[in-house]
Unconditional design. Structure first.
Length: 80
């Protein structure tokens, strides 16, 4: 998911990998989930097991514009 201008609510995810940019993430009743996440607030995780986090790793020229349009800020380029 490139950019969500509000909250993302996810239930009953199993053995999934998500790359997303959101204002807030809510994850419930899920297991074995990897999240490549850009969020304006801390995620809300309830009744979940084996959740891993990494920075959002979307890379294409339009990403900064999409984040700005969704009021999610502009993602900084990773330093070498």
């Amino acid at each position: 998911v490139a950019a969500v201008s509000s909250s993302a609510m996810m239930h009953h995810c199993s053995r999934c990998v998500f790359t997303l940019a959101v204002k807030q993430l809510r994850l419930h009743d899920s297991d074995a989930v990897a999240l490549h996440l850009h969020s304006l607030s801390g995620p809300i995780i309830e009744h979940c097991q084996h959740v891993a986090f990494a920075p959002n790793d979307l890379h294409w020229p339009e990403v900064p514009e999409l984040l700005q349009q969704a009021s999610l800020g502009v993602k900084a380029e990773a330093s070498a």
